[in-house]
Design a protein around this ligand. Structure first.
Ligand SMILES: N[C@@H](CCC(=O)N[C@@H](CS)C(=O)NCC(=O)O)C(=O)O
Length: 408
């Protein structure tokens, strides 16, 4: 029996994956993004009832301000619809509709609101269930001040400047770092004001205002500035805050993984990494639901993934006389191996060595497989294509399968 014959079908892989995760996406053929997550509370609406909230957000799900609003909608379990705006080619109707022309914007019961902070406050005013503001009047007043402060205190701007500014000398870089650390010290003190790990006595809009920005900075500063917030003993409260945020299911649905941020930064801001990338966040790649979600995405979307790899990874140059069938077969085989490994972990029979397995595996086969796996490992974006946890599991599994191809 050849290695190829041992692989399951995509339908078998999809069924097994779906048995192990409730996560599903809606396919949108011919549109960007090509799949979208289903808001976790949409099922609460009676059939045929349109949600009373419409969120306008960026096509690629990279915008931290949109993430704030999405995070609050998921925390408050509000069913909502989404309209995606291509920021590189904004439709005229959107420019006419939204005075700032930026995302996010929202229609709440038909009324347009824009600016993420104002949308958060409007959602809070309209949907009192699962409140994200304290009921105690004094703490509520402090919450409003802290929300305003999160918008105006410059912490995120100073952080992004430290991350992306081209510095002429070391002193300039050191001064940017010192300014950012001073802001982090202020946040560290703010987090100490109430018992518990959040900015107020419970999780609130204040946390949501900071979460997407601090999460991006904590993921990218180690790689681009060799500077760590996470694990830094100077910031114990911030570290406890990050740990608590990461236990919130709503944050798990909306956040981006560190690799997505770090792969995007050169494209977005023209910066270059100064340190090697961080290891994939430990633990998540072992969680069955994360692995199953990654396998579900891959199995459900395999035709598009194969098409993308064929078109964009350079693998077509290996096709003999322009016949891509052998290349396509090899891509498909390795993607199935990846899905199978995600679902069965170490029980999956990996190739374990082109050298040792050469009776079974043609060199072209492994070469194409290696390119396909390396390409797709970095091609996926969270949460555009799958949740951050699934993306981490996906990348970890791709690394493992890739390593198996040439292991002696
Ligand atoms: N202050 C705004 C900032 C929103 C913002 O900067 N959005 C960016 C995407 S991350 C945008 O729409 N950029 C496109 C543009 O400015 O034309 C908010 O909080 O909503």
């Amino acid at each position: 029996m050849t290695v190829q014959n041992a692989t399951p079908t995509w339908d078998q892989l999809l069924e097994l994956a779906q048995n192990n995760t409730p996560q599903r996406r809606v396919r949108r053929p011919g549109q960007l993004p090509s799949t979208v997550p289903i808001p976790s509370s949409l099922h609460k609406l009676p059939p045929e009832t349109p949600p009373s909230v419409l969120l306008y957000r960026d096509t690629n799900s990279w915008c931290p301000f949109c993430e704030r609003v999405w995070f609050a909608l998921e925390e408050k379990e509000i069913p909502f619809a989404t309209e995606f705006i291509d920021l590189n080619n904004k439709p005229q109707w959107y420019i006419d509709l939204v005075p700032s022309t930026q995302v996010p914007a929202a229609k709440i019961e038909g009324e347009l609101v824009y600016e993420s902070k104002d949308i958060l406050l409007a959602l809070e005013a309209r949907f009192s269930d699962l409140s994200l503001l304290p009921t105690d009047p004094q703490e509520n007043a402090i919450a409003k001040l802290l929300i305003e402060d999160a918008e105006t205190n410059g912490a995120k701007e100073v952080g992004y400047k430290f991350l992306i500014k081209t510095c002429t000398d070391y002193q300039e870089l050191a001064s940017l770092q010192a300014s950012f650390e001073a802001k982090l010290d202020e946040l560290e003190q703010a987090l100490a004001k109430y018992p518990g790990v959040y900015f107020l006595s419970t999780f609130s809009l204040v946390d949501i205002m900071y979460a997407p920005h601090l999460d991006r900075l904590a993921a990218s500063l180690p790689v681009y500035r060799d500077y760590h917030i996470k694990g830094n003993p100077r910031f114990p409260n911030l570290n406890a805050w990050f740990a608590a945020l990461n236990t919130r299911p709503a944050f798990g649905r909306v956040k981006t993984d560190a690799t997505t941020f770090n792969l995007l930064l050169p494209k977005l801001f023209g910066v270059k990494p100064s340190a090697s990338s961080l290891p994939l966040e430990p633990g998540l790649s072992e969680i069955v639901q994360c692995r199953a979600e990654a396998a579900e995405r891959l199995s459900d979307n395999h035709s598009a993934a194969i098409g993308d790899i064929l078109k964009n990874s350079g693998v077509q140059t290996l096709a003999a006389s322009g016949d891509v069938s052998a290349v396509t077969d090899a891509i498909e085989f390795h993607l199935k191996l990846l899905a199978d490994y995600l679902l069965h972990g170490d029980k999956t029979l990996l190739i374990w060595g082109r050298v040792d397995g050469k009776e079974n595996v043609e060199p072209l086969f492994s070469t194409v497989g290696a390119i396909a796996l390396a390409y797709v490992r970095n091609r996926i974006c969270a949460p555009r294509d799958m949740s951050a946890g699934a993306a981490i599991a996906f990348r970890a599994a791709a690394d493992k399968v890739l390593a198996s191809l040439y292991l002696k």
